[in-house]
Design a protein around this ligand. Structure first.
Ligand code: BES
Ligand code: ZN
Length: 647
């Protein structure tokens, strides 16, 4: 470990925290509005934006948009409030595929603009440069393209109800520039408001607070109004529209879903109010007012997305027994880590996801007890080891802070990030750690942050002396690949029973009754299985013997009713194992699964496993994908396209 004195650290931390303005200040166009500072240090520079925020930046976005379900297009106007340095005569926005009709200032005066055409920018899109001519409000008339990758338009057949179309957006990481012309960078926070019109009887929700009742426009359409008065990174602006209803959970919690899904959804999320209380008890006030959720149709490509005041959820987390509620704890925890304190650059996404995964586990412990939390942590730890074994312990992508691409499903940002904090907690003690994390959220609320700032803050406000600093190895954890030796390993007792069953099953043979087959593993104590927690079952399924025969798989499936599992995490593990072993009888079930589930975390690996099975699996993959591709979100499509293009 490098030896750095505390004095140096303090000096560094002062430098790292330099922002354009020291603290939130007032919006010049509208003094009542809160404006967040930006960071100007080199490591806070976002390579995924065209914006030049230190010259001119957007502080507020007002959208007035019509949802056109026939053309599958969104269009209207965006009014932006601008904060510009003296002498800055242009502002640069992010766009990707937007059709700009006109740009004016607040009083309707045309402003010159240009979309600079760049080579091969991909998702980064193109810069829209607008000459300000002194304007501090700009109005953009525009339309989003029909294939805007942030938006997924579902046909009625893709919904549970089957009668009405559906729309939802997904902004993270850099997709919102396909439907909103603004500075699309996590370090440039903006307040926003919106007026959205939609055809009756559809309802619209957003990641902002709905204002009053929808207004009937008399032309078969209604207008909905929303406000987000706290500055948020623009990837958190989100919309969903469809035939949806609402059910209350607690005083500030509720859930939206299609009428046909709502009862199951409401039952599954029944612990949410308690989770919010647990989260507040840990790390301070929930600052966003309501915490509502929407359970989307199955095409939603993620498990969940932490859109403020309106978490978006996949319906595939519904298991009937709340066993996948870690997802809710996770998205809720983002209300602090991610939404309150936000990674300034995507290469530091562990600041969002790792801190959230740690926080998630603390909520699970508070609400469901130590055993469940320890088991879920042990599953996370196994994921880290699996990833490190796959890519190698010195692969640069295994550092928490990376300058590279950010991929969901990497155990590094999520699970290594969580184990970093668990390790720090175990060294300094829970009491000191919790006090530190709470002040981190409080002192950086509504602001962007970097790995360097996180480190400096720990050195300044947590670490007691050099001896402790040496034991913590903070820089190794954050900036170096692999897994530091001081990692607080999960309690091996968490899965003692399962690990014993794994061994027992792997080594116990008996002679099958039906004829001349070789001895098979049949003596799994299935009475245990049905009493196990979902984490225990997942642990078992992740550790099946590598050499199960067809007959053994059949017996296991029959005994444990794996193919009938109501928990999609378990079902996925089983299907993936079975495909990896070319177990033909699951193919129709896989086909059904891939037709009803659009979540990339499940879909991509199943196709990858089939693809890995060469002449057996590839034709199956191609046949299924030909039917299902059109129903997937662009994120899921892109993932599977890559798999089926590889050899
Ligand atoms: N913010 C992420 C989803 C995300 C990550 C979207 C990267 C786009 C790019 C969300 O909070 C998340 O982590 N979802 C997980 C939940 C799980 C870890 C409990 C998911 O969707 O699987
Ligand atoms: Zn997350």
């Amino acid at each position: 470990m490098r030896s750095i004195t505390l004095a140096t650290i303090l000096a560094l931390s002062a430098a790292a925290c330099t922002t354009m303005e020291a603290a939130p200040l007032a919006d010049t166009a509208n003094p009542a509005r809160m404006v967040s500072p930006i960071l100007t240090t080199p490591e806070a520079e976002d390579t995924q934006t065209w914006a030049e925020p230190e010259r001119a930046r957007v502080t507020h976005v007002a959208l007035d948009l019509d949802l056109d379900f026939d053309a599958r297009r969104v269009g209207g106007t965006a009014m932006l409030d601008v904060l510009a340095e003296p002498g800055a005569d242009t502002i640069v926005l992010d766009t990707n595929g937007l059709e700009i009709a006109r740009v004016t200032d607040g009083s309707g005066r045309e402003l010159p603009w240009e979309i600079e055409s760049m080579e091969e920018t991909g998702a980064k899109g193109e810069p829209l440069r607008i000459t300000l001519n002194g304007a501090r409000t700009i109005r953009i008339d525009y339309r989003a393209p029909a294939d805007a990758s942030a938006l997924q338009w579902l046909s009625p057949e893709q919904t549970e109800g089957g009668v009405h179309p559906f729309l939802f957006s997904q902004g993270q990481a850099i997709l919102n520039r396909t439907w909103i012309p603004t500075q699309d960078s996590p370090g440039i926070r903006q307040t926003w408001e919106a007026r959205i019109t939609a055809p009756k009887p559809l309802d619209v929700v957003m990641s902002g607070v709905r204002q009053g009742e929808p207004e009937d426009l008399g032309n078969g359409r209604r207008a909905f109004r929303f406000v987000m008065d706290k500055p948020v990174p623009p990837y958190l602006i989100a919309i969903a529209a469809g035939d949806i209803d609402f059910a209350l959970i607690g005083p500030r919690t509720g859930v939206w879903a299609e009428p046909a899904t709502l009862p199951r959804a409401r039952a599954e999320v029944g612990d949410t109010e308690e989770m919010v209380e647990a989260a507040e008890a840990l790390y301070g006030e929930y600052r966003w007012g309501r915490y509502d959720m929407i359970v989307l149709p199955p095409a939603f490509p993620y498990g969940g997305m932490e859109n403020p005041v309106m978490t978006f959820l996949t319906p595939t987390f519904i298991a009937g027994d709340r066993s996948n509620n870690g997802l809710i704890a996770h998205e809720l925890a983002h209300s602090w880590s991610g939404n309150l304190v936000t990674n300034a650059v995507w290469g530091d996404s562990w600041l969002n996801e790792g801190v959230t995964t740690y926080f998630e586990n603390r909520i699970m412990e508070a609400v469901y007890g130590e055993k469940r939390a320890e088991q879920e942590a042990a599953l996370m730890y196994a994921n880290i080891l699996e990833t490190l074994n796959e890519v190698g312990r010195d692969a640069p992508g295994t550092a928490l802070s990376t300058d590279g691409e950010y991929e969901l499903g990497s155990a590094i940002a999520y699970e290594k990030g969580a184990f970093f904090l668990m390790t720090v907690e175990s060294i300094v003690g829970r009491e000191r750690f919790d006090a530190w994390l709470r002040q981190w959220f409080d002192n950086h609320a509504f602001q962007p942050a970097t790995s360097e700032m996180f480190y400096a803050d720990m050195m300044a406000n947590l670490v007691r002396d050099e001896a402790e600093a040496e034991r913590l190895t903070l820089r190794e954890w954050i900036f170096e690949p692999g897994l530091p030796e001081n990692v607080a390993k999960p309690d091996p007792a968490a899965f003692a029973a399962v690990d014993q069953a794994v061994l027992y099953y792997a080594t116990r043979y008996s002679t099958p009754v039906d004829g001349p087959n070789p001895p098979a593993r049949v003596s799994f104590p299935e009475d245990h299985w049905f009493g196990w927690t979902s984490a225990e079952r997942q642990r078992f399924l992740a550790n099946l013997p590598a050499d199960l025969t067809e007959i053994e798989m059949r017996i296991l499936d029959d005994n444990l009713r794996l193919s009938q599992s109501a928990n999609n995490e378990e079902l996925f593990l089983w299907l993936n194992y079975a495909l990896d072993h070319r177990y033909e009888p699951v193919v129709p079930l896989v086909e059904q699964f891939l037709a009803r589930v659009g979540r990339a975390k499940f879909v991509r690996p199943l196709f990858a496993t089939l693809w890995g099975e060469g002449e057996w699996g590839r034709p199956i993959a191609q046949r299924i994908y030909a039917d299902t591709r059109a129903s997937y979100h662009s994120v899921t499509q892109a993932g599977v396209d890559r798999v089926l293009a590889s050899d």
